[in-house]
Design a protein around this ligand. Sequence first.
Ligand code: ADP
Ligand code: ZN
Length: 435
Amino acid sequence: MERYYQPEIETASPEEIAAIQSENLLRTVKRVYENVPFYREKMDKAGVRPEDIRSAKDLYKLPFSYKQDLRDTYPYGLFATPLKDVVRLHASSGTTGKQIVAGYTRKDLDIWAECCARALTAAGCTQEDIVHVAYGYGLFTGGLGADGGGLRIGAMTVPVSSGNTQRQVTILKDFGSTILCCTPSYAMHIAEVLYESGYTKDDISLKAGVFGAEPWTNEMRRVIEDKLGIKAYDIYGLTEVMGPGVSFECCEQTGMHINEDHFIVEVINPDTGEVLPDDTQGELVFTCITKEAFPILRYRTRDIGVITRKKCSCGRTLAKMTKPRGRTDDMLIIRGVNVFPSQIETVLLDEGYTANYLILVDRVNNTDTMEVQVEISSEQFSDTVKELAKREKKLAEALKSLLGVSAKVRLLEPNSIARSVGKAVRVVDKRKLLD
Ligand code: ADP
Ligand code: ZN
């Protein structure tokens, strides 16, 4: 039986959600128009006045916001409250350029904790649980975000932060952590160190994991679940919109419920900006409707996904988004073919390899080249040279058939690729250095 943190919202009717969204959107639009010159100018330019937004259905009339807008107004230009009301700052790690800054009032932190409490509750967390947070603490939203959710539920929350993996294992064992929160790639690494240290899933008490902040495949989910003896749930968010907890997975594990009382989601055609119907793939766009300090409107996430309102077996009525398969800027174009790193991950895990891999892209004689390096397990490592060559060939064929473009394969010995404790870096695109 699934537990809800706030059934009155999580199982509300579509009409009830629409009413909440309209009321909050109107208030937010009016507030930013009055308080943030950036939005006022942008709306004036687009010929939209706050009065033109009469319900959430009018959202499409508002101009989009982009990451570049955050950079242009860095650090506080988009804040809608005086700085004295801001009680916390976070910044994105800046994986794709200059860092961006987000501010939170006391109420914003409160709502964030509520969103993360819903996520943890959906993963089975109660007051009885021990929540081990191995997302990084600091400016990154992962650590303090998950922490806020654990505290809100009243679970024993352990702020381990990321890194020192041996110690993570000791803490899991000694403290009896029951829920692990970290990036999926770090969960894999923790599992690896657990087994390297001579333990197995039977030596720890974990029952669930809440993993996000980076794309990961269902194949990877199965490996993590198996290694750690848990059920692994996805959680999504971004600094610009709030942090983790914008959406979260339930027991059905087929997508993440969006906290629609706080965020309105749209899917658009990234090339034309046209709003697309449900169940169609496109770029996810979020509007914050309850945030005080940093309520971003129609933010272009560049994350590619699908929204669905089909009935979910957990009973929640909140719309669901599929696992984003990556950002448009993570997509590689190899000799004209679009390739997402997550597709490569699917093939590798399906073929029995580890999730320790690296994709090297280059341009040689005006032609794109792609090399997939993946570690083999110690058992595979003892194979003969002939067997290894056969393996490489088989993997290259599997990649070619799924991606539609050929890649060179290189099998590496165990432990030759650096492990990450946060967001994993899977792609080295040397073409970017040439451009
Ligand atoms: P940065 O932009 O510096 O990476 P953020 O932590 O704000 O910092 O990153 C948010 C981004 O991380 C999202 O836009 C999305 O691309 C990715 N992300 C977050 N959670 C997930 C998830 N569960 N699945 C796939 N991608 C995710
Ligand atoms: Zn559900």
